[in-house]
Design a protein around this ligand. Structure first.
Ligand SMILES: [Zn+2]
Length: 412
């Protein structure tokens, strides 16, 4: 039979009797007195009765003991009285369980600290990398990005310190900023800067030759120059590369790639902003979306494409309020709607003004760089240049013929 032992906290015979009766078992392991009976005998309410019983005595079950410290099982309510003691063969008391949890937490913290130190060591090696880079041989694409960074960052020109790439306004989204940073790091042009925190490294990193990082959390710096020149001079070298290779195949490919990347990014971001205004859910850019963005940008400049995006987003939001539609379904109609609007705009010869942000401060810096520095058209070129027009421009002897007369804009 279950053995309940009482440790009394009182010598008041009335209270001792109440505790005794409360915990009294019959030889068959049933309660001698029901709670109801005790309540009516004492005239107490249930909670009051329990309080009095607990204050009078601690009930312990001596044939169940903690496997760690051998302390007996403490019975708090009738329902947790173990009438089947063999089920408690691995019983651990609360104190031992808490001690074990605390020990586990301590071991975890210790492991974490060791792991952190390991990553710090990897990070220190990455930060101290002073392998020089020859900026005179930089690929054209990388030169455009590096030069844009220098235009946007005084500290980059002075000490080579870039900081977080997504804070320089090179492009519309963090996603593209991340890709650009990763690209220039893989080319050994961007290095880990001194102020980079250890959280920028993934714990999968093994050593300074096998590591993973979050490109947006790295405080980047430029690699030192092979001829030990200042970063002001590096900027001059980058400018020379950019001027000297204008019109080459490498130039054409780089301008094409950067215009497309920055434009797709700007359009996607514009669509996200528009949809957010209507409280529409986020969307992921699958093949259909990509196709529709490319269809749009082949035919329209970014400012004009933004107008089409604005229309399409507004229509999708309106559609989502219809009873036979829901918001995800309305979002699925967007790629088709973009293509239809493109076709209609061209067929009906819409006169689209397009939408631009402030050219020098708000438009992605890579656009400013392409149109001010490389194509020398300024914002007028940006307002007009679609993917198709860009190809024509790049094939022309662009410096002589690519001229824009402001005010003469129509769709294409
Ligand atoms: Zn214990």
């Amino acid at each position: 039979m279950t053995d309940v032992f009482l440790e009394y906290h009182t010598d008041d015979p009335e209270l001792v009797k109440l505790a005794e009766d409360f915990w009294q078992l019959t030889p068959e392991n049933f309660w001698q007195y029901s709670v109801k009976e005790l309540l009516s005998r004492t005239g107490k309410r249930r909670q009051e009765l329990m309080g009095t019983v607990h204050a009078a005595a601690l009930a312990v079950c001596r044939n169940i003991r903690c496997v760690e410290c051998n302390s007996p099982f403490i019975v708090r309510t009738r329902t947790d009285l173990p009438t089947k003691p063999w089920l408690y063969s691995t019983y651990r008391c609360l104190t031992c369980i808490q001690a074990e949890l605390a020990e586990e937490r301590r071991r975890e913290a210790e492991k974490e600290a060791i792991e952190n130190q390991r990553l710090m060591a990897v990070l220190e090696v990455l930060k101290s990398n002073q392998d020089p880079y020859d900026y005179r041989l930089i690929p054209y694409y990388d030169a455009i990005v590096a030069c844009s960074v220098m235009i946007q960052s005084e500290s980059a020109c002075e000490s080579g310190d870039i900081g977080r790439l997504n804070q320089l306004g090179l492009c519309a989204s963090d996603g593209l900023a991340r890709r650009l940073a990763a690209q220039l790091h893989s080319r050994r042009i961007f290095r880990f800067g001194e102020s980079t925190g250890v959280e920028a490294l993934s714990s999968n990193s093994k050593d300074a030759s096998d590591y993973q990082y979050w490109a947006l959390m790295v405080d980047w710096r430029f690699a030192p120059s092979v001829d030990q020149s200042s970063f002001g001079n590096v900027l001059r070298q980058l400018n020379a590369v950019i001027e000297n290779s204008k019109g080459t195949d490498e130039f054409v490919q780089a301008v094409r790639q950067i215009w497309w990347e920055t434009s797709r990014d700007a359009i996607e971001q514009h669509l996200r902003l528009q949809l957010r205004q209507y409280g529409m859910p986020e969307f992921s850019v699958g093949e259909k979306f990509k196709e529709s963005f490319d269809y749009l940008l082949e035919r329209f400049s970014v400012p004009k494409a933004r107008y089409i995006i604005y229309r399409v987003a507004k229509n999708a939001a309106a559609l989502s309020t219809r009873v036979d539609f829901n918001r995800p379904r309305a979002i699925n109609t967007i790629p088709g709607a973009i293509i239809r609007d493109c076709d209609r705009a061209i067929a009906d010869n819409w006169n689209i003004n397009g939408y631009t942000y402030k050219w020098d401060t708000e438009e992605p810096q890579l656009f400013t760089f392409i149109f001010d520095r490389l194509l020398r058209t300024g914002i007028a070129g940006f307002r007009l240049t679609s993917g198709v027009l860009l190809e024509q421009v790049l094939k022309q002897q662009w410096e002589e013929r690519y001229m824009f007369a402001p005010g003469s804009e129509t769709v294409q």
